[in-house]
Ligand binder design. Structure first.
Ligand SMILES: Cc1cc2nc3c(=O)[nH]c(=O)nc-3n(C[C@H](O)[C@H](O)[C@H](O)COP(=O)(O)OP(=O)(O)OC[C@H]3O[C@@H](n4cnc5c(N)ncnc54)[C@H](O)[C@@H]3O)c2cc1C
Length: 229
């Protein structure tokens, strides 16, 4: 376990908050796509789920001075934990455990991958996309990004810029529910890529069904379910 200060906080899209923890010389090695657990020492508001949560790391391993997470927060219905994390004074120490998980890019750097992100499910992919560009990973990455509306699509401007400048990265964007047609039309060679899906449980189940109908073998599919939504 490591204690790190809350360094920065920003609203990055409608109902979507980014929190950065400063490393100030400490090391937190991780692989893009992994997650961590954040615990506050004391809740400022009651929370039946307790004083900790799991979040994907949204920053790249190349950003060695900080680690960042991003989460949905509803100012009316949001949990006591998230409210606490957003109201603690900057510089307050939180407990970080991890990294955890195997939702990471394949070892074969030439392997093409398709990411399907439902809303806040963008977080592990953001880390992978940033890292892949920094390290000039040769395999193609296609991101299918489904959000209810443009206003709640976090990091869309950054992803559009990356799509414009990086020939290895392609963004396919959808406002509204994920659908079979969107997936089918966005990927020309579905049986030659590895598929990664992340987001709230209902969205991951929907994507799994769409990919099953496309006859994607289970061994070509990796999922990360954001339980709790
Ligand atoms: C491996 C892994 C990685 C994860 N990564 C992330 C991540 O990167 N980002 C992330 O956000 N979560 C992530 N999660 C989920 C995270 O751990 C929390 O469970 C989730 O964010 C819910 O947080 P919360 O319990 O604080 O609830 P809140 O989001 O605050 O919601 C509290 C309650 O209110 C309800 N609620 C919230 N908003 C609304 C609304 N607008 N309308 C109606 N009801 C509402 C919720 O359903 C919930 O019951 C991850 C989970 C796992 C297992």
């Amino acid at each position: 376990m490591m204690k790190l200060p809350i360094g920065e906080r920003q609203t990055v899209a409608e109902g979507t908050e980014r929190v950065v923890f400063g490393l100030s010389g400490k090391k937190f090695p991780f692989i893009a796509g992994q997650h961590l657990q954040v615990a506050v020492s004391k809740l400022l508001y009651p929370d039946p789920r307790g004083r900790s949560r799991v979040f994907s790391i949204a920053s790249s391993p190349g950003e060695t001075d900080k680690i960042a997470i991003t989460f949905r927060f509803d100012s009316q219905k949001g949990s006591g934990f998230k409210r606490t994390l957003l109201e603690l004074p900057l510089g307050s120490l939180v407990e970080i455990e991890g990294p955890f998980g195997y939702f990471t890019l394949p070892d074969d750097l030439n392997q093409s991958v398709v990411f399907i992100a439902g809303g806040i499910g963008i977080t592990p992919f953001l880390s992978m996309i940033r890292f892949a560009e920094e390290t000039r990973r040769p395999g193609a990455i296609t991101l299918l990004y489904a959000n209810r509306a443009e206003a709640s699509a976090a990091f869309l401007a950054e992803l559009r810029e990356r799509d414009a400048r990086n020939t290895n990265f392609s963004l396919k964007n959808k406002f509204g529910p994920l659908g079979a047609d969107f997936v089918r039309q966005s990927v020309a060679n579905p049986d030659q890529v590895l598929w990664y899906v992340a987001g709230p449980g209902a969205m991951v189940s929907l994507a799994r069904q769409i990919l099953f109908d496309l006859h994607i073998p289970p061994a070509h599919l990796f999922t990360e379910e954001f339980e709790g939504y």
